[in-house]
Design a protein around this ligand. Structure first.
Ligand code: HEM
Length: 471
């Protein structure tokens, strides 16, 4: 990757920016006229979020001010300003409370949803399970999950539900990492529950408050929450009931060891919340990316052929190991280009300042809201000519440099994705083993899938592709 790689330790990111203020206090960056309340911006965003944001970016630049009473929001798409915000000013920011509220209904109080000292303790405790070294040790389990799944996939299917199949596989991998067991019948039901909660969560975020879950029309949400609780709590309880000497080496054991050592900081509820977050954040995003990757492969047969030729040459028919991953450079670039075109968390990086900061010369008061729409940044024609075209060679050595901060599917700064190394290793192993076994094509007459935002970016209708086993 030629762009910004976040510091491996999230606690030692850059010090506070000393960028001088060049605009007087009380003035805001340019933005569309808001009228009395600016609430029409919310309507425009709920109808077509990416369309609305890109229109404002084109008209007003890389820092757009939206006055949406009672808030002041800045949409930041300039790569330098995004880094200044997320790296230099990280300690003056918290995540947007409404997004955290909606996530916390499912994730509880985990690394993803906490702030300040609580976040630091949790992130520090989990970090070791997600280092490149820890991830490498897990590569054989990822390959075993792929073997088991692909053995069940058909030899040929004109309309194989590849999105659902990759979602089950992603779930299987994270279950092995967290609980040392693969997907079971209740994880299949969990697939429905996760989809249900994602659709409802994405819709709820546009409302200032959620209706209580006991409302009669929320029966599906209640069922979905109960399904996930049963799944995660069941594993935690079963592990607690087994002798400690027999606990396998996995994420749950690591968390339970913290609980045994320091139950005040790590009550069982905290263990459960981290397992839930790992389960959800750990499979939704990789499944969405592999879904889009399979579409990109099907729609770009020459890139698929080149990636397969590399896989065949490097692996000579064997299972990939962690040591093989650096040699699968072209395959890696197809995944990077997929993450550029279809970042799994396209608009989820949001922040609120807890004290005044200076950004790009603007003096912004405490409580300013910030939105960083990755999708828009990744489609900026200044750094990515013909931004909608699938071109893995953009990331090749010798290609024109991409500015720091212009490509950051995992975010940047101390709150960069905890699972980024796992995600990249996992997706490379699963994609390599897929290409060893299958050719994938676009079914005749099929239109390109329309992306929709349901927490992650997914095709509007579940993706199906033509699959044929290699002879
Ligand atoms: C293609 C795969 C993935 C993508 C694109 C992705 C993307 C992201 C992004 C954009 C963020 C938010 C950063 C921010 O707010 O600044 C994030 C946070 C997070 N991700 Fe991922 N993610 C992926 C896979 C994973 C996996 C496999 C895990 C494993 C458990 C994971 C766990 C987390 C956690 C716990 C956080 C919160 C970190 C914190 O607040 O300290 N993610 N991810």
């Amino acid at each position: 990757m030629k762009t910004t790689t976040p510091p491996s330790c999230p606690f030692h990111a850059g010090a506070a920016s000393s960028a001088p203020a060049s605009h007087p206090p009380g003035t805001w960056p340019p933005g569309p006229p808001s009228g009395l309340t600016g609430w029409r911006f919310l309507r425009a965003m709920s109808r077509d979020l990416l369309g609305a944001l890109s229109g404002w970016r084109d008209a007003y630049g890389g820092m757009v001010h939206l006055r949406i009473w009672p808030e002041h929001q800045i949409v930041v798409t300039d790569p330098e300003r995004v880094r200044e915000l997320l790296v230099d000013h990280h300690d003056a920011l918290v995540r947007w409370e409404r997004a955290v509220d909606v996530f916390a209904q499912v994730h509880g109080h985990s690394t993803l949803t906490s702030e300040g000292a609580a976040w630091r303790t949790k992130r520090h405790a989990l970090q070791r399970a997600f280092t490149p070294k820890a991830v490498q040790a897990f590569a054989p389990a990822i390959a075993a999950a792929a073997d088991a799944a692909y053995a069940r996939w058909p030899q040929a299917d004109g309309a194989w539900p590849i999105e659902s199949a990759f979602t089950s596989l992603g779930m299987d991998v994270i279950m092995r990492m967290t609980f040392s067991c693969g997907a079971t019948a209740d994880t299949r039901e969990a697939e429905w529950a996760v989809h249900q909660l994602s659709v409802e969560g994405a819709a709820e975020m546009y409302w200032p408050k959620s209706w209580p879950d006991w409302m009669p029309w929320k029966a599906k949400k209640r069922r979905a929450l109960a399904t996930l609780d049963r799944l995660i709590d069941g594993h935690v309880r079963a592990r607690m009931a087994s002798p400690q000497a027999e606990w396998p080496q996995d994420l749950l054991t690591r968390l339970l060891a913290l609980h045994v050592e320091d139950p005040a900081t790590w009550p069982l509820k905290a263990v459960r919340d981290e397992c839930m977050s790992a389960f959800l954040a750990g499979h939704e995003t990789t499944a969405a990316t592999l879904t889009w990757w399979s579409w990109c492969m099907a729609a770009n047969p020459s890139a698929q052929a080149a990636a397969r030729a590399e896989v065949d040459a490097v692996l000579q028919g064997r299972r990939p190991t962690a040591a093989d991953l650096p040699a699968l450079a072209y395959l890696g670039r197809t995944l990077q280009e997929t993450l550029r075109l279809h970042p799994a968390a396209p608009v989820l990086i949001t922040r609120r300042s807890v004290r005044p900061i200076t950004l790009g010369g603007w003096q912004l008061p405490a409580r300013t809201m910030f939105g960083i729409p990755l999708h828009l940044m990744h489609h900026d024609a200044r750094w990515f000519p013909e931004p909608d075209a699938f071109r893995p060679e953009r990331f090749a050595p010798g290609a024109p440099a991409i500015p720091r901060g212009a490509f950051m599917p995992f975010g940047t700064g101390p709150r960069v994705c905890l699972g980024q190394h796992l995600a990249l290793a996992e997706m490379t192993v699963l994609a390599a083993m897929f290409l060893q076994r299958y050719q994938v094509d676009v079914p005749a007459g099929m239109a390109p899938p329309k992306p929709v935002f349901n927490i992650t970016l997914r095709p509007e209708t579940p993706l199906t592709l033509r699959l044929a086993a290699r002879t």
